[in-house]
Design a protein around this ligand. Structure first.
Ligand code: NAP
Length: 290
């Protein structure tokens, strides 16, 4: 085990479980969470350590992982006197698992380079269940040698890890992922409307279709709960709107229009205004059907 000491910043739906896998696989983990109670609960559950600031958590760690909300949240825990960069030593590596803009990933790469710290942007896919089961997909951007050195750390909680190019390419691949999810959920919403009018049994529909050409993770895991009107779990609409905003900004910089993404984003905006921002993204069907 090359890296023994790891710091983990952000114990949300994803981070709490990811940091737990690291501790269970023998890493010495120190966590930081803005809401201290969660850090204490984590330290208790996984016999780890917690710190008062991101900088303190990062001290002595050869790998520092961050998994917070958006670009500004990442800047908040990385920069300044209490940010992780203030506590990191030369040769250590910062891994950002937050879904952010590629612009931020490039900015972090430069900031880390000035301190002789490695940087990998590493957004994840697989949801809460993927984090709990240690079966995430991780899309990485950065330098090959740095990536190879920290890959064994990420293998504690991932089933698929890919380096896609320089810093920022991990985040751009995550944009591709989010565009696909928006399209699949749009299709499933309209398909469900027709299936219900046709009197089809949705469990049978899923059993029948999921291994054919229309099969998808969303179909296998969400079509039945969509038909039951269950949305109080999973990947929050608030986060998806953040992600679709990132996709639309990136597309604009290339001069391309993403019409479907704009439509889906508009539906999510309506659901947010109805107070449903923490509901799972499959609630798209409510906006499309009603
Ligand atoms: N949930 C999913 O299914 C999923 C799947 C793939 C990717 N993601 C991405 O992974 C990231 C984390 O998602 P999540 O679902 O784990 O989010 P979450 O449950 O809302 O947790 C967010 C975490 O970030 C911390 N945080 C937020 N803003 C902060 C700030 N300004 N300073 C310090 N800490 C801050 C929160 O601290 P507090 O505890 O104090 O609030 C919490 O620990 C997001 O970028 C999301 O888009 C999520």
């Amino acid at each position: 085990m090359k890296h023994k000491q790891v710091a983990f910043i952000g114990l949300g739906v994803m981070g709490f479980s990811i940091a737990g896998h690291l501790a269970q696989q023998g890493y010495r983990v120190t966590v930081y969470n803005r809401t201290v109670e969660k850090a204490k609960r984590w330290a208790n559950e996984f016999s780890g350590h917690w710190a008062e600031t991101p900088a303190e958590a990062a001290q002595g760690a050869s790998v520092v992982c961050v998994c917070v909300g958006n670009d500004e949240d990442v800047r908040h825990v990385v920069y300044g006197a209490e940010g992780v960069l203030a506590g990191m030593s030369e040769g250590a590596v910062l891994i950002d698992h937050t879904t952010t803009s590629a612009v931020l990933a490039e900015e972090l790469f430069d900031a880390c380079q000035k301190q002789n710290v490695g940087f990998i942007d590493a957004p994840v896919s697989g949801g809460q269940a993927g984090a709990q089961n240690g079966a995430l997909t991780i899309m990485c951007g950065g330098e090959g040698a740095v990536f190879e050195s920290i890959k064994p750390v990420m293998e504690c909680y991932a089933k698929q890890i890919q380096l896609l190019g320089v810093a920022g390419q991990g985040q751009r691949c995550k944009m591709v992922n989010q565009i696909c999810i928006a399209g699949v959920l749009s299709g499933l919403s309209e398909a469900l409307m027709l299936a219900e009018k046709a009197g089809l049994n949705i469990e049978q529909v899923v059993n029948s279709l999921q291994h054919g050409a229309a099969g998808s993770w969303q179909m296998s895991n969400r079509l039945e709960t969509m038909s039951q009107g269950k949305f109080d779990f999973g990947f929050a609409i608030d986060w998806m709107r953040k992600d679709l905003g990132i996709c639309l900004d990136q597309a604009k910089s290339y001069g391309i229009d993403l019409k479907m993404v704009e439509d889906v984003d508009q539906h999510y905006s309506v659901l947010q205004q109805r107070g449903l921002g923490r509901m799972d993204t499959s609630a798209l069907v409510k906006a499309i059907a009603e």
